[in-house]
Design a binder for this molecule. Structure first.
Ligand code: NAG
Ligand code: NAG
Ligand code: NAG
Ligand code: NAG
Ligand code: NAG
Ligand code: NAG
Ligand code: NAG
Ligand code: NAG
Ligand code: NAG
Ligand code: NAG
Length: 412
């Protein structure tokens, strides 16, 4: 690793942060020949992670253990590949990962924390999660929330951080999570999980922009979890998976989950070849647990309150999506459960086009305890397959406007 002093050019990178006093650069090159690069990257972060500039790569870096980058007034250029060694039994031992994402006790092998930083992958930086053996392993091992299967990239306790033009390939589990953070901008992220893994999650975070995302996965493309406020998602392509999720919410009896002021725009859902990815569930869906508690998180739970208010989803194009818009409040529920107390309101859906796999285009089943006011559709033009007619379901909806046909109750 080379350390040089005071490059005036660096001011360019950090000029957007008034507090940046960039004074040093660390450049890290792969050691090669089966050597472990984790130590030298952590050393560079210790030396240049505050008021500095770090250049990682080009080349492939062998990452064998958990890493935290604590960045303050700092820029990091990732020009190479962070190749996380696929040693499943190692990573599954709890001491070998972090537990900074409270919800469902998820574990992380790579955590970025701090303030006023830019991590730029320049469209060449890659986090290689080597997920294939994980995927095979979990075909005959039961996967339980919190069992140590690591989230690939975790932002935790970040203020004013930018991640741009970076790719996450083959994540063992969630691609990315943003937790306990604010004023975060992600721009230009590709996540390619060719199996059943979720994409991006936000939790307990405020003012997060997710722009130019391309997510291939079999689970939630983007999941907006509890206490996500002022979220913008723009220009997002979901290739396969469940679609964009709000939730699940209300899993923790002791917490209110609040989701407010969310705009999602320019969203494209693409159904893939079923041999690669069999599902393309919804454009957008909303789910809460019931008010009854069954077991405890990470796997069980329920009983949490809160609300989801002021969500706008616009300019959505759907390609053979199973159920374009879906709201349900019975996640993890059993018959006879108390109805959820978590209210949805002010949900607006504008300019939807494309196709659905069946006639049921919209299914909004709100909780009888907290019926949904102010559901608005404008220009909802998703078409059912030829031969089936469009249908819309509304249970416990106080007011809904703009659907191209009647919304009928199932009587639930
Ligand atoms: C990574 O480093 C470990 C420990 O030194 C070594 O056993 C392994 O072969 C290396 N892997 C690669 C892909 O270089
Ligand atoms: C897991 O299942 C695969 C087939 O799906 C099999 O080849 C493999 O041996 C099994 N592994 C274990 C550890 O049982
Ligand atoms: C979050 O970061 C701030 C500094 O940026 C620090 O003071 C605080 O202790 C951190 N909180 C946690 C929970 O780590
Ligand atoms: C939201 O975050 C962006 C990017 O860090 C920042 O420019 C903006 O001022 C923040 N907005 C608010 C209301 O704090
Ligand atoms: C994702 O990875 C698969 C397998 O490596 C590849 O076929 C596919 O083209 C990739 N998708 C994107 C959007 O990069
Ligand atoms: C969300 O914020 C509310 C209000 O600040 C708080 O009461 C609740 O515990 C938070 N929920 C979570 C999941 O942190
Ligand atoms: C709804 O959320 C949007 C996006 O954050 C915001 O601009 C708007 O002011 C919010 N509307 C209300 C009534 O608060
Ligand atoms: C709608 O979103 C697509 C990307 O999915 C974009 O190309 C197009 O420009 C957007 N249309 C409008 C009117 O913003
Ligand atoms: C819905 O939004 C309006 C403002 O547009 C606000 O007055 C109302 O309180 C919101 N509804 C709920 C249940 O928060
Ligand atoms: C919806 O689409 C129409 C026609 O493409 C466009 O004029 C309008 O601005 C769009 N509305 C929103 C809110 O983006």
């Amino acid at each position: 690793m080379r350390i040089s002093l005071a490059l005036p050019l660096l001011a360019l990178y950090s000029s957007q942060f008034s507090s940046a006093k960039t004074s040093k650069t660390c450049t890290v090159k792969p050691l090669g020949h089966g050597k472990d690069d984790t130590g030298q990257i952590l050393k560079a972060m210790a030396e240049c992670g505050h008021d500095g500039h770090t250049v990682i790569g080009p080349g492939v870096f062998n990452i064998t253990g958990k890493m935290t980058w604590d960045l303050k007034s700092s820029t990091v250029d990732v020009l190479g590949t962070l190749n996380f060694q696929p040693d499943i039994q190692y990573w599954l031992q709890s001491e070998n990962t972090y537990r900074v994402i409270f919800i469902q006790d998820q574990s992380s092998w790579f955590v970025v924390t701090g303030s006023d930083f830019v991590i730029d992958g320049h469209s060449t930086g890659i986090l290689q999660g080597n997920g294939q053996p994980w995927w095979e392993y979990f075909q005959n091992h039961t996967r339980a929330d919190g069992d140590g299967r690591p989230v690939s990239l975790t932002l935790s306790n970040v203020t004013r951080g930018v991640i741009s033009n970076f790719k996450i390939e083959s994540p063992p589990f969630w691609c990315n999570a943003i937790a306990d953070s604010r004023d975060v901008v992600y721009n230009g992220i590709t996540c390619n999980a060719t199996n059943g893994n979720p994409g991006i999650d936000t939790y307990r975070s405020d003012n997060v922009s997710l722009i130019n995302f391309d997510v291939t996965c079999g689970d939630d493309c983007l999941a907006i979890k509890g206490n996500s406020t002022n979220i913008l998602g723009k220009n997002i392509v979901c290739r396969g998976g469940n679609g964009i999720a709000f939730g699940s919410l209300g899993q923790y009896q002791q917490f209110n989950d609040i989701v407010e002021n969310v705009v999602l725009e320019d969203i494209e859902l693409q159904r893939l070849d079923p041999a690669i990815q069999p599902n393309m569930g919804s454009a957008v869906y909303f789910k809460t647990w019931t008010a009854s508690v069954h077991g405890s998180p990470p796997t069980g739970g329920g009983g949490g309150g809160g609300f989801v208010n002021n969500v706008t989803v616009k300019n959505v194009s759907a390609d053979r999506v199973s159920l374009p818009v879906h709201v349900y409040q019975t996640n993890g529920g059993q018959s006879g459960d108390l109805p959820s107390q978590l209210r949805f309101s002010n949900l607006t859906f504008i300019n939807f086009t494309g196709t659905a796999l069946s006639g049921k285009l919209v299914d909004i089943e709100c909780s009888p305890a907290v019926p949904c006011p102010d559901i608005v559709f404008q220009n909802f033009n998703v078409t059912p397959p030829s031969g089936s007619s469009a249908s819309f379901i509304c249970d416990n909806v106080i007011s809904i406007t703009g659907l191209p046909g009647p919304c009928t109750s199932t009587g639930h």
